[in-house]
Design a protein. Structure first.
Length: 317
């Protein structure tokens, strides 16, 4: 049963991840009174890229070609160990905790940067430099948030944290919890490339992640983009299930309950996509150096949670 549910969760994430990207693009265009692309446009793009020939830039090593496959594998692995459609650990759940998951995200980001440098492309180098600068702070803050979440809940197990939030109204409504949740939301904006940190355009001044895939084509580019969609889906799911809306997640292995929650979870994701669409259409992009101020505020919220926790005597509990 648990193995079946693990595979179901993997297929659920892999299949619906491009849909979130399509919904986000559609909502943004509709908010700006444009028709916008079809909701299924990311699927059409992936299908088109998988049919095209792969072309590797001269001078690049085979590592450049291997990275999209590694990224895809890393993010699929994370779908098997994090609470997305269940509140109980499945077959591969005990492999890593929140800290380990943060390390996997960091390893994937490092692979992307190394591949961009290996591509010998000036635009990819530009994106890699910016990504490394932001990631040097962002990834550390992400791990710090997971550590603080573990300190507050006395566990780093994401499934246990979900169960605690579902059953403890005091913990859920505490200011400490919401400090950490707000910090994670700000990191979620950074990691998924939303405004005011990154604009999804080919303008040089706005490119961070977008420029790192310039030297990919064909199936490798399709996997690179699909990996980005899956990463976005995972981080949004973690934010909903372990920070903001942990409710209704099934805590016992029952196919009917899991199937029902899959629909509920999709609804929660769509609400978050609408929030991002509103954000992307109402705020302007920061200048590059201002992104570090944004990260500093995210760190400040997580640090405030740690100070408040020990000042109020939580460290002795």
């Amino acid at each position: 049963m648990l193995l079946v549910l693990s595979l179901l969760q993997l297929l659920y994430v892999a299949a619906l991840a491009p849909l979130l990207a399509g919904l986000l693009a559609r909502f943004e265009e509709r908010l700006e009174s444009n028709i916008g692309p079809p909701v299924l446009q990311p699927y059409y793009d992936l299908a088109k890229l998988f049919r095209r020939e792969s072309i590797r830039t001269s001078g690049a090593s085979p590592f450049l070609t291997a990275v999209p496959y590694l990224l895809f594998g890393f993010y699929l692995f994370l779908t098997l160990v994090l609470p997305i459609i269940t509140g109980f650990p499945m077959t591969f759940g005990p492999v890593v905790d929140f800290i380990g998951g943060g390390m996997v995200f960091g390893a994937a980001a490092t692979l992307k940067i190394i591949a961009a440098l290996d591509s010998r492309s000036n635009f990819a180098h530009l994106g890699a430099s910016r990504n490394a600068a932001i990631g040097a702070l962002g990834e550390v803050i992400l791990v710090f948030i997971f550590i603080m979440l573990g300190v507050l809940s006395k566990t780093n197990n994401p499934y246990v944290i979900n169960n605690i939030l579902q059953t403890s109204g005091a913990w859920y409504s505490s200011l400490l919890h919401w400090f950490v949740a707000l910090a994670f939301f700000m990191i979620l904006i950074v990691e998924t490339g939303q405004l005011p940190v990154e604009s999804h355009s080919t303008a040089e001044l706005g490119m961070i992640d977008e420029s790192m895939s310039f030297e990919y084509s064909g199936p490798e580019l399709a996997l690179y983009r699909w990996s980005a969609y899956i990463k976005q889906f995972i981080l949004m799911s973690v934010f909903l299930n372990d920070f903001v809306l942990p409710f209704w997640v099934p805590t016992k292995p029952a196919l009917a309950a899991v199937g029902l929650y899959m629909l509920i979870h999709l609804g929660k994701l769509i609400v978050l996509v609408v929030v991002f669409a509103l954000l992307n259409t109402t705020v302007s992009k920061y200048k590059l150096y201002k992104n570090f101020d944004f990260l500093a505020v995210a760190f400040a919220f997580a640090f405030l949670a740690s100070i408040a926790f020990y000042v109020t005597g939580g460290g002795n509990g």
